[in-house]
Design a protein around this ligand. Sequence first.
Ligand SMILES: N[C@@H](CCC(=O)N[C@@H](CS)C(=O)NCC(=O)O)C(=O)O
Length: 219
Amino acid sequence: MATSERRVWGVGTPRTMRAHWMLAELGLDYEFHEILPRTEGMEGEAFKSLNHRGKIPVFEDGELVIGESGAIVFYLADHYRDRRSLAPLPGSPERAVFDDLCFFTLTELDAVLYIIRRHAGLPEVYGESPVAVRSAGEYFLRQVGEMDRRLDDGRPFLMGDEFSAADLLLETCLGWAQVVGLEISPLLGRYRQSISQRESYAQAFDRNYPPSTAHLRAN
Ligand SMILES: N[C@@H](CCC(=O)N[C@@H](CS)C(=O)NCC(=O)O)C(=O)O
C-alpha cells in the first residue's frame, strides 16, 4: 500500500497519540496532518468531508475512515498483526481479558478524564463545573486502582511479559492524568517510566507533540 493511503488527522492530544504510537509500534509509514482541536485546521473541507463529529483523531487506510481512537488501535493491531502482535487473537480467552482492560481504560479512565478536560479546561465551550471536576478526579483515582492491583504481582505489562495495545491505551491516560494534576501511585509511575522509554513512544511523541502543541498537552 502506498504511504499516502494511510493518514492520521490530528496531533497534540492523548487520543491522537494513540494512532501515532500504534503506527510507530508497527513500523508503518503514513502521512499526517497537524490539526489541533477547535482550530481552523478542523474547518478545512478535506477534513470536514471525512469527519462530521468535529473530533480528532481521524484515521484513513485506503477506503477505510474511522475516528474513535480505541477503534483505530484495535484495527491496527488486528489488521497488521503479521508485522507484530500487539493484541491477542480475537475470540481467544486472552483477547477477552485484553478487551476487558482496554474497554475499562476507555470508559472508566479516558471518559472520566475528558469530564475534567471539558469542565475545567474548556469552560467557555462546555461550561464550568467544579463539582463534576472534583468528583471525576476522585472517581479516576478509585478506578485506576484496578490497574495497580493488576500490576502488583510484578508483571511489566498489563497482559504479562509482553507489551500490548492495552498498555498503550493505559499509558496515554496516565500521562493525561498527571497533566491535569492527578497523583498516580508510585507503581503506576514506574510503569509509565518504563513504557515511555520505548523507541516507538519517543517517535510518536515527537510527531504528536510538535513544539507548537506544548500548551495543549491534555486536549
Ligand atoms: N472518544 C473519542 C474522543 C475524541 C475527542 O474528543 N477528541 C478531542 C481531542 S482529544 C477533540 O477533538 N475535541 C474537540 C472538541 O470537543 O471540541 C476518541 O477517543 O477518539
